[in-house]
Write a protein that binds this ligand. Structure first.
Ligand code: DGY
Length: 378
């Protein structure tokens, strides 16, 4: 064990499960108790190092539920395997912190938590979009500093997004939900860039355009851009929703920023390193009408020098999924992944994971990333 504080739940459980952070709600604990787990929870808010997690795994550990702030590479999967571990549950939908191949080589199942973050994270992207476009951060700082002397025709002029063009990079669940919120709520035209088409998104927007037309209103449109460059040049606001891997590292760099409209809005709720943050600082300094809204950072939790001082940037501390409903749902899915593997249940084959949030959930592990490679699908 590490020097951090730990607490134990269901100490008589036959399976030992280490949980590296306390999780919200209590349903997840009931799931693990039902699966005969002794649950050891680190109650510290500090991110645990690899050495500390190794010490927590110890000589015998059946599974771990860990965090996106931890480096789940070869060293930890070797330690977990040596301790008899069979499952690792990442308390996140993203798993760029996990070397899935290293887990697969050792027969360890890796779970994640999709399907409960979609609208919550899309809403945060929306909140950042309008906070950036309408300058709520800098105007609030101005007000709180006692500088407000009365209404003025030119005080904090921002950018109207209604009816303009929104671009999404990555049209998966969260990107598509954000896109629909912007189109259906703000009558924007949508451009998306993704390796794969999203026919459902295109159909929804086509139907919505028909609805608007029938009412005599200007219809909206949805176009899949052939190139990222085309989207960046033409969108009034761009929201990033792609996974972080080698191909998306610094996807938004100085050159691509220079293609964007000088008063565009750039939003990132995915992963920090998708933007070259130093290049963004330079770009925002050079273009005061350009605005950014960031939930994630390249060197999280640190910010690149200068970012903190920029008035045209809105910053929040990686809270895109931070609603009670979502974080409790993530805890339920992380626990159900581990419990499902320890109980020998099959892996859930449907994208809708909401049955796991109800009483009497399916007897399955909801989302195991390496299920096909471990032959856990049947
Ligand atoms: C995730 O789940 O990947 C999010 O970044 C956590 O909010």
């Amino acid at each position: 064990m590490t020097s951090h504080e730990w607490k134990t739940h269901n100490s008589d459980g036959g399976n030992r499960v280490v949980v590296t952070k306390n999780l919200p709600g209590d349903r997840w604990l009931r799931i693990l108790t039902w699966a005969d787990c002794r649950v050891e929870i680190c109650t510290s808010t500090d991110a645990l190092s690899v050495a500390e997690i190794k010490a927590a795994i110890g000589k015998r550990c059946d599974a771990v539920i860990g965090q996106l702030t931890e480096d789940w590479g070869d060293a930890l999967f070797a330690a977990l395997k040596a301790a008899g571990g069979r499952a690792y549950g990442n308390y996140a939908v993203g798993y760029n912190n996990v070397d899935v191949a290293a887990a697969t080589r050792r027969g360890i199942a890796v779970g994640n938590t999709p399907g409960v973050l979609t609208e919550t994270t899309a809403e945060m992207a929306l909140a950042l979009t309008f906070a950036a476009a309408r300058r709520t951060g800098e105007s609030e700082r101005f007000l709180r500093a006692g500088k407000y002397r009365g209404w003025l025709p030119t005080l904090f002029l921002g950018k109207l997004l209604y009816g303009r063009t929104v671009g999404i990079v990555g049209a998966g669940r969260i990107g598509a939900a954000y896109g629909r919120m912007m189109v259906e709520g703000h009558k924007m035209h949508l451009k998306y860039y993704d390796l794969y088409p999203n026919p459902d998104l295109e159909a929804c927007i086509k139907d919505y355009a028909g609805f608007l037309k029938a009412r005599g209103e200007t219809p909206v449109s949805c176009t899949r851009s052939d190139t990222l460059e085309d989207l960046l040049k033409t969108a009034d606001c761009v929201s990033l929703h792609t996974v972080l891997d080698q191909s998306s590292h610094h996807l938004i760099n100085a050159e691509r920023l220079s293609l964007m409209k000088t008063d565009a809005v750039l939003i990132n709720t995915s992963r920090g390193p998708i933007i070259d943050e130093a290049a963004l600082v330079a770009h925002c300094r050079a273009h005061p009408d350009f605005r950014a809204g960031l939930d994630v950072f390249e060197d999280e939790p640190a910010l690149k020098p200068g970012l903190n001082e920029l008035e045209n940037v809105v910053l929040v501390p990686h809270i895109g999924s931070a609603t009670s409903w979502t974080r409790e749902g993530m805890a339920i899915l992380a626990a159900a992944n581990v419990a499902g593997i320890l109980m020998g249940f099959p892996v859930w084959q449907q994208t809708d994971i909401t049955p796991f949030l109800k009483e009497d959930p399916p007897r399955a592990a909801p989302s195991i990333i390496n299920a096909p490679d471990l032959n856990l699908t049947g």
